[in-house]
Design a protein around this ligand. Structure first.
Ligand code: PMP
Length: 456
């Protein structure tokens, strides 16, 4: 139950991720109490349709007893095993083998982290170590996309291409660079082909500017998530992969959101048969039932590190909870659920989701819709013809989320009034009907707001 005391304690003591500290204290916390399938029950006693799978992670939905049982069994048997000093555990080893079998052939080795941020951080450290080990110590610069999100670690936040993660945090560092996001709706290009060509040229120019001998890698998400669910045109990722190969730089695909069925394939790289040098994952790996992420790498990188001039020494990267056996047991069970039919179900309902998204285009507020699998967005604009955005000072997205909450619907309203959807893969057509009915009510109410009418 949500008591005033609990709200007060939250406001006094708990720092919420990516929040405005003072705004949060003013508004107060919305406490979630339980979950069942695609529904969340809040402390107000009401049930809310979760169209964002927590934070695009609870792909199997809430209340999966077999996942709980797997965790309990592992906790009872062996709640913790270190990976240090040559120790290990069965679930972690089986999970590593499973991930290698599920991902592109280029990826042969796995380091387990606790989530996405530290998977990226581990990747940066391994890449640095690799280039030093193979005698190319100048290859240190990393290029990524504006609007990209690659976690919020001390250094990794600079690879993220979102201003909130940079301001006052003293990143990007001088070795971190960004190129334009392949965002057709808001680009100057009329065709996907022109956008892809421009994107490749921008990467080439950036590498030339820094010097190919100084560039280590290009990092990107197959679908830009936290930057507003930007789905690049088909063929973009292939063109980027080929460019990286030609220029002699590593390609890291950040599949933290897009992995584990979210885009209609087990991994989004399968849509274009990409063979990355590194891949990061988290979220759907355990479906949020336990914290875990991973970075996978090629033989080339692994062997470069293993057999370098420093080969007699340990590779000094680790965490107490790397390859945690409970998280690994949870991940193995969750992956079985995807493989036993949930991924196939998500593929079956995707056309229904897409059609419902496209129907939103008839609403006066909706400028664009897009999706890949069950990862989608509805972009609101003040003027459809010019694609003009609402004045950011209105903080309209927060009002939209509040109105949706009133209609018992949860999605993510990004700052630029892009509404992000990442429903559990178990969503049925009936669940989508409920989602879009409630979204319609929400959009109609937003349209009637004075501050919105004045801008349109
Ligand atoms: N990479 C991507 C693409 C992400 O979406 C996220 C999280 N939203 C991260 C990295 C960071 O993951 P985490 O929040 O688990 O640290």
């Amino acid at each position: 139950m949500q008591t005033p005391a609990l709200t007060e304690l939250d406001s006094r003591y708990l720092i919420h991720p990516v929040s405005n500290f003072r705004d949060h204290q003013k508004k107060g916390v919305k406490i979630l109490e339980s979950g069942d399938g695609v529904w969340l029950t809040a402390a107000d006693g009401e049930r809310y349709l979760d169209a964002f799978a927590g934070l695009w992670c609870v792909n199997v939905g809430y209340g999966q007893q077999r996942v709980v049982d797997a965790a309990v069994k592992q906790m009872q048997t062996l709640p913790y095993a270190t990976g240090y000093f040559g120790f290990g555990s069965e679930p972690a080893i089986k999970l590593a083998e499973k991930l290698v079998s599920m991902t592109p052939d280029s990826l042969q080795h796995v380091y387990f982290s606790l989530g996405g941020t530290d998977a990226i951080d581990a990747a940066i450290r391994y890449i640095t170590h690799y280039y030093n080990a193979i005698g190319k110590p100048t290859k240190k610069h990393i290029i990524s996309l504006k609007r990209g999100y690659h976690g919020s670690s001390g250094v990794g936040a600079g690879i993220t291409g979102l201003p909130a993660f940079h301001t006052n945090f003293d990143v990007p560092t001088p070795s971190q660079h960004h190129i334009s996001c392949p965002y057709l709706y808001r680009s100057e290009f009329d065709t996907p082909e022109a956008l892809i060509a421009a994107s490749v040229k921008e990467l080439e120019d950036k590498v030339a500017e820094i010097g190919a001998d100084n560039v280590a890698a290009f990092f990107c998400e197959p679908v830009v998530g936290s930057g507003g669910v930007v789905v690049p045109p088909k063929g973009w990722l292939k063109a980027i992969e080929q460019t990286c190969k030609r220029l002699g730089i590593l390609l890291l695909l950040d599949e933290v959101i897009t992995g584990f069925g979210r885009t209609g394939k087990m991994f989004a790289c399968e849509h274009e048969d990409i063979q990355p040098d590194l891949m990061t994952m988290a979220k759907g790996l355990t479906s949020g039932y336990a914290p875990m992420g991973a970075v996978m790498m090629s033989d080339e990188i692994f062997n470069g590190i293993a057999d370098g001039p420093n080969k007699a020494a340990v590779v000094g990267h680790g965490q107490t909870y790397s390859a945690h056996p409970v998280s690994a047991a949870v991940a193995l069970e969750v992956i079985s659920i995807y493989e036993e039919g949930l991924l196939a179900h998500a593929q079956n309902v995707e056309p229904y989701f897409k059609a419902k998204l496209e129907a939103c285009l008839s609403h006066p507020l909706v400028g664009d819709v897009r999706n890949l699998g069950l990862l989608g967005a509805v972009e609101l604009v003040a003027d459809k013809a010019t694609k003009r955005q609402f004045n950011p000072a209105l903080k309209l997205s927060e009002t939209i989320a509040d109105i949706a909450w009133k209609h018992k619907l949860i999605f993510r309203a990004f700052g630029d009034n892009i509404l992000g959807f990442a429903p559990a893969l178990s969503f049925t057509e009936a669940d989508f009907d409920t989602l879009f009915e409630r979204l319609q009510l929400t959009l109609d109410e937003v349209l009637a707001l004075d501050m919105v009418k004045q801008e349109m």
